[in-house]
Ligand binder design. Sequence first.
Ligand SMILES: Nc1nc2c(ncn2[C@@H]2O[C@H](COP(=O)(O)OP(=O)(O)OP(=O)(O)O)[C@@H](O)[C@H]2O)c(=O)[nH]1
Ligand SMILES: [Mg+2]
Length: 414
Amino acid sequence: MGSHKEEKYTQVKEYMEYVHEGLDKARLPAKAKEGIRAELEELRAFVFDARPARIAIVGRRGAGKSSLINAIFGEVRAEVGDVKAQTGTGSWYTYSSASGALEILDTRGLGEAERPEEAHGEETSLAEVQAAIQDKCPDAILFISKAKEVSGRIDEDTKQLAELKAFIQEKHQYEAPLIGVVTQVDELSPKSADRPPFDHGEKQKNIEHAQAILADKLAASAGSPVTVIPVAAYFEIEAGEVVYDLRWNVDKLLDFLIEQLPNEAQMVLAKLSKVQAIQKKLARRIGKRMAGLTGAVGAQPIPLADLPVITGMQMTMISTIALISGRSLTKKDMKDFLGALGVNVAAGFAFRQLARQLARLFPVAGHAVSGAVAYAGTYALAEAAIAYFIEERSLTNVKAVFQNEFQQKREENE
Ligand SMILES: Nc1nc2c(ncn2[C@@H]2O[C@H](COP(=O)(O)OP(=O)(O)OP(=O)(O)O)[C@@H](O)[C@H]2O)c(=O)[nH]1
Ligand SMILES: [Mg+2]
């Protein structure tokens, strides 16, 4: 853990403490205070309890599990096998990159006879998988099937799946969400349409067909509908460059997966995916919730004395969005961001100062700020933070985003 990491977490923590302090003294209605405390707790879990997602993967050998893990990282992390089974044990594997880690429980081989290469005389056994689950609760289960094999017999696998779910339920009282994945869709005919986005009519039909077959089988086994997402995961890297790329729809899968995860497991996965659309969606969700909350707080105008509570919340939100982007967040980053919005902060600034400066962005009516202004301001700040930290847009661009969003939201709400 470098000092960078320390600093970025310290900042969010200090913003949160600042809000808590302000709340104690604030004259806001008790209900509003409660709402703010609840939201801070959610954000605290999201940021401070953040941990790698834990995914249990069920799928035949050679289905493409390792390749999918690599596609999620956008780089080579897991061993991919051409002929023999490569992954040999049923315990948790941690795959990591500079931007985060993913914990995978590979349950392959439970129903299979042949011995995988890596296993030193040990076949993946049900007991081994159960021990791993007892140790750590999976956040979600991915059931992976090769597109060309969805029609084959997968009874053994769905049976294993049901046992897995039941065991998780029993040990952790957790209903693990199940997601079906049809891999290697590039292998479906027509073979001539072998490059993404696979929008050839016939190919699309075949992909949808494979998807529907797996969905039916999984639903029959689970007793409720199961979402199935088709993907292609194959890509080749030479000397650090992607030289051949069949990856398709992996971002859709990630997007859906993140939604199924508990709060603590969302951020790391969003960061390591490096998919902007996913990071933006997550950031926007936080922004909307925060804007709604500040709007509700200001149902009666917010007295100026209580404004630091609101600006403190906004700072917490902005820094959380910066963390989602995977950037290191320093005081200077925050200063630059606010500078882009026209708020000038002295070097070596204190939080109090910052919160006070931030308040200058919002028009004051008499001695208070209206709920509509607080709402629009928070909303616009979230969008500006997304533009700055995630999209890395220019400073002028960021300012325009803020102004446009602020204006628009005010008009909608006044
Ligand atoms: N064309 C194509 N090939 C793929 C795709 N995904 C995986 N493969 C190939 O399928 C083979 C098996 O892939 P792996 O990722 O090693 O499969 P696995 O499920 O991890 O296999 P085990 O660890 O042995 O159980 C490899 O040759 C991969 O290159 C894909 O989307 N398209
Ligand atoms: Mg593998």
